[in-house]
Design a binder for this molecule. Structure first.
Ligand code: BES
Ligand code: ZN
Ligand code: ZN
Length: 529
């Protein structure tokens, strides 16, 4: 790599949002606990689904609590004849002097695990959903310190709680915000407290990464400009990673004509972020690439106005990269990761790219931009080319790229296009653990032909017809990758949650951050990375 060209540019322009920042806690969203606060303690206990009307199938932890309470918990539960079903809860009061509420939540059948058709670990998913429901109900009751049963999988339990309690209300008045809640793992009867605490911490960190992605995605585009995104990433990651903030001049010097053709319609300057986490010495890092369109109007090929507000989340790929790096670095995984994030707005204006314009990408390929709304692939083209300069052992890109992937898979799974069966197997394995699923899609030449048939240039940025839109988009990206281990994740369908995932509230989802973290964790076990 030509080190002379890659000089460190970290001039982050100060945004004029200080008046807002002063009033609201824009960045961290973390709650501050006052020492004078009165703590209302509650306990969450798990039970397995059980047909019997005269016995309760408690988790190990729950059984110990029941014994300590002289069987009061089981007695109270058995006063109701109908056994608890998976996902249902019962709240008990005055059971234990230490806790104002004891909430019993059903975590499904004992011994549930991998479900092949669902390609998910059902046991872990049920725990996440059950504890999520429990802590939300207790927060509604005004409880603010909650001890939670590990339910036999401490990490999943921690994930469920921490994901469920997330809410983006930084911009609301204090009284309308969700109250702060302290959660911890009920370890007191555990044989190995330290091990349990460590697992809990891991789950909490996984959730923290996804919650950072969610916060970034949810932030309105007038506040989260490319410059502000870079500022937040620096604030969140700078102590563990090297964060380079490149400006427009740098992108010009790198001949990123494709990326710059999208940015040129906006008054907001583009930013290209380069982040490095070095958890081990290696010459072949894992490369992560994320689409960072902080707002996508469609440009001159403007989108319909209905629902356009959701396009503040069009930096979901970038957000998931940032969230993943936060967790990977906090977990101190022994892996070398380099991340590349092109950030800009896609706006219509007198200086915007026009349909039919031809631009040149970093690798010299010319592109006829027939639709300015297919901008994600244009910014990724240059980012992918640039990432190849660092001899990566794999390249994983994530992008809210096409409405077509939403039509194909909905919120059921992220679409994955990859040239490597090995990478696919590892990513799928990671997603079984995380519960945040992936589904493989084709990279046939059939789709490549659609974008190489072009009147004026080497490539057209659209496929000509709407059919197979996610596949033609992936075929376009393929033209900018030589790496034998490339994965492209189209995450437009999983961008937001409208109730499909029980432990994520409504709004921007931050998916598939935890799958990517698990994948990096798997890769870190391979010596070459
Ligand atoms: N950002 C959109 C894709 C998108 C759609 C993300 C829905 C999240 C939810 C992307 O830039 C886009 O507009 N794609 C076009 C491509 C088309 C013009 C070939 C699309 O999918 O319609
Ligand atoms: Zn678009
Ligand atoms: Zn877009």
């Amino acid at each position: 790599m030509a080190a002379s060209i890659v000089k460190r540019v970290s001039r982050v322009k100060k945004l004029n949002v200080s008046h807002i920042s002063a009033r609201y806690k824009l960045l961290t969203g973390s709650r501050h606990f006052s020492t004078s606060k009165q703590w209302n303690k509650a306990l969450v206990l798990g039970v397995y689904e059980n047909e019997s009307t005269d016995s309760i199938d408690f988790t190990g932890t729950a059984r110990k609590f029941d014994e300590k309470a002289d069987g009061k918990i089981s007695q109270l539960l058995l006063t109701v004849k109908k056994p608890l079903k998976c996902g249902k809860t019962r709240t008990l009061h005055a059971v234990d002097p230490e806790f104002s509420s004891v909430l019993v939540t059903c975590i499904g059948k004992r011994g549930e695990g991998y479900d092949e058709l669902e390609t998910v670990d059902k046991g872990r998913e049920s725990i996440r959903a059950a504890v999520a429901k429990a802590v939300l109900q207790l927060r509604e009751l005004g409880e603010n310190e909650i001890e939670v049963d590990s339910c036999g999988d401490t990490e999943a339990s921690a994930e469920g709680c921490h994901l469920a309690l997330f809410s983006y209300d930084d911009l609301k008045a204090e009284k309308s915000r969700k109250p702060a809640v302290r959660i911890s793992c009920a370890t007191r009867y555990s044989q190995d407290k330290n091990c349990m605490e460590e697992e809990w911490r891991k789950g909490a960190i996984l959730a923290e990464g996804q919650n950072l992605s969610r916060r970034l995605m949810e932030m309105p585009a007038n506040l989260l400009t490319p410059t502000k995104f870079a500022e937040i990433v620096k604030e969140q990651l700078a102590d563990k990673c090297e964060v380079l903030v490149r400006d427009k001049d740098w992108a010009e010097s790198m001949k990123m004509g494709s990326f710059l053709s999208v940015a040129r319609g906006s008054v907001e300057p583009p930013v290209f972020l380069e982040i490095e986490y070095k958890g081990r010495q290696s010459d072949s890092p894992l490369a992560l690439v994320g689409k960072g369109v902080t707002f996508d109007t469609g440009g001159i090929s403007i989108k319909p106005s209905q629902g356009m507000d959701a396009m503040r989340g069009d930096m979901g790929g970038a957000a998931c990269v940032a969230g993943s790096l936060l967790s990977v670095s906090k977990l101190q995984l022994p892996v070398h990761v380099k991340a590349f994030i092109p950030l800009c707005e896609n706006m219509p204006s007198g200086s915007a790219t026009k349909p039919g314009d031809v631009v040149t990408a970093m690798n010299g390929k010319t592109i006829q931009v027939d639709n300015t709304d297919a901008e994600g692939r244009l910014i990724l083209a240059d980012a992918l080319c640039y990432s190849e300069q660092f001899n990566p052992s794999l390249i994983l890109d994530m992008a809210t790229l096409t409405g077509a992937i939403d039509v194909a898979l909905g919120a059921g799974a992220a679409g994955v296009f990859t040239n490597s069966d090995d990478m696919w197997n590892k990513l799928q394995k990671a997603s079984v653990r995380s519960g945040d699923r992936v589904w493989r899609m084709p990279l046939f030449n059939h789709y490549t032909k659609k974008i190489t048939e072009c009147q004026l240039a080497d490539l057209n940025n659209i496929g000509g017809s709407r059919s197979g839109g996610a596949c033609t988009a992936a075929a376009f990206l393929k033209e900018f990758v030589n790496n034998k281990n490339w994965l492209h994740l189209d995450i437009a369908g999983v961008m937001s949650n409208s109730g499909d995932v029980a432990y994520l509230g409504k709004g921007m989802s931050g998916r598939p951050t935890r799958t990517v973290i698990e994948f990096i964790n798997l890769m870190s076990k391979e010596t070459k990375n």
